[in-house]
Design a protein around this ligand. Structure first.
Ligand SMILES: CC(=O)SCCNC(=O)CCNC(=O)[C@H](O)C(C)(C)COP(=O)(O)OP(=O)(O)OC[C@H]1O[C@@H](n2cnc3c(N)ncnc32)[C@H](O)[C@@H]1OP(=O)(O)O
Length: 413
């Protein structure tokens, strides 16, 4: 039996429920339709996805007045571990596969589901929520802000000459399936611990990633080729239509692995372009004699963050400078509004507490969430008019929130 979690009002036939196991084919079919996909996830993928969803919570809305009581809305989350400034890993509520049928859109169903999801996140004392967004205008009202960005690049191999000479042995090899299974998840985990914003992929995610099922490519696109290095790997496929290499994962724990792997990727014979998604501060252009060999074709807001527990979340990360400020945080959606004193030490640690003291700065929770990983700076937000306060306080908050590298997530979920 499904479990009603809020009794529909007597006149409201739209019931918010937890789904039954047998509802999953319907859930994935309506998600595929809402996301304008050609077809739902195939069987194996569906089972893995359902298991992943089972680690968190799923809500659906059922239209009880229509024949067959169809599901018309879905929202789910599962735990997503994200590296925060300083190297700590926070378990976040990863919101995913949110959809409302076109027949029921703009009637408040998304808001209703997220109100329930938010209640669950608070009940489970999760410090942060994360998502990868289909559109940029939806989630700010719920306290999310874009927090980690990527550059979508195209490299022209014929123009990509490295400043340093190629080593006698490239230290990179193609990996077979056993080697992929043996080395790739461990290298990814090492990398994720070292990169702010990175998602440490739980073990249960890897079978689907490594299976590289055919629905992830079209008839002209190859399967994934894995290039393996002791301290990194790159997975790419070839689009035979235009002889392009499409890099899926690029993971380098050391600068040497970064150079060695890119040297192979830019040396692929018969390939006219290499496309990849890289950190906005990636050193690749600077390693080449002609930086224009790397063209930036786009910038994506790859990870959105919502601070759920201001005290806990701000204490999880480290800071660039000592300081003491009271932040007045506003929140139109949840229960996060209030004044918080943030005190940071020379060692980068912080203590945070609610306070009645006068505020130095005022900002909303989505703005604070965008600042959290360092992907958007305090001075950028202040220049955009989204932080209120004296210049000295803004300068101090800038120094406190300063990070040494741009956050990068590298995983879509
Ligand atoms: C994390 C993820 O899964 S991202 C994927 C999101 N899903 C998709 O993109 C699939 C296709 N789209 C959909 O299924 C739906 O249109 C949804 C889920 C985006 C919106 O669902 P709805 O039930 O129509 O939203 P709902 O009526 O609850 O609107 C809530 C608020 O968001 C706003 N809103 C909804 N969709 C959008 C949008 N695409 N762009 C901007 N604002 C939006 C509404 O105006 C409303 O604002 P308000 O409450 O502040 O007045």
């Amino acid at each position: 039996m499904s479990t009603p979690i809020s009794e529909p009002e007597s006149t409201d036939p739209l019931a918010l429920e937890r789904p039954r196991g047998t509802d999953w084919p319907e859930i994935l079919a309506i998600d595929a339709r809402a996301f304008a996909l050609p077809k739902p996830l195939p069987g194996d993928e569906m089972i893995e996805f359902r298991n992943r969803a089972g680690e968190g919570d799923t809500v659906v809305i059922r239209d009880t007045a229509s024949e067959g009581r169809p599901i018309v809305a879905v929202s789910l989350y599962f735990p997503v571990p994200v590296t925060v400034p300083g190297g700590g890993i926070a378990t976040t509520a990863g919101l995913s596969w949110v959809s409302v049928s076109a027949t029921h859109r703009r009637r408040g169903l998304l808001r209703r589901m997220l109100t329930e999801q938010y209640r669950t996140w608070r009940e489970h004392e999760l410090p942060l929520a994360t998502l990868t967004a289909s559109e940029g205008g939806i989630y700010e009202r719920f306290g999310f802000g874009p927090a980690a960005f990527a550059h979508e690049i195209q490299v022209t191999p014929s123009a990509a000459e490295f400043r340093t000479p190629a080593p006698a042995d490239s230290r990179v090899r193609y990996a077979n399936q056993d080697q992929i299974t043996k080395y790739v998840p461990a290298i990814h985990a090492r990398w994720a611990r070292s990169r702010t914003g990175a998602i440490t992929r739980p073990d249960t995610w890897w079978p689907s990633i490594m299976a590289d099922r055919s629905f992830r490519r079209n008839s002209q696109t190859s399967g994934l080729h894995y290039l393996l290095h002791a301290d990194g790997y790159a997975a790419y496929r070839i689009d035979a239509r235009d002889k392009t290499a499409l890099v899926g994962d690029f993971v380098a724990v050391t600068p040497q692995a970064h150079t060695d792997l890119w040297r192979v990727l830019t040396g692929l014979d018969l390939v006219s372009a290499v496309k990849a998604s890289i950190p906005v501060d990636d050193p690749l252009p600077l390693k080449l004699r002609n930086a224009r060999a790397v063209e930036v074709h786009g910038r994506s807001d790859e990870l959105w963050v919502s601070i759920l527990d201001v005290v806990e979340a701000l204490q999880l990360r480290t800071y660039g400078a000592a300081g003491d400020l009271v932040l007045d945080v506003s929140d139109d959606f949840g229960d996060r509004a209030g004044r918080y004193r943030l005190t940071t030490g020379d060692d980068g640690s912080a203590t945070v507490a609610r306070t009645d003291d006068d505020a130095d700065l005022a900002l909303d929770v989505a703005t604070l969430s965008s600042l959290y990983l360092g992907g958007i700076t305090v001075s950028q937000m202040a220049a955009a008019g989204r932080i209120d306060g004296a210049d000295e306080a803004i300068t101090q908050l800038s120094a406190m929130f300063a990070v040494t590298e741009a956050p990068f997530s590298g995983t879509f979920f």
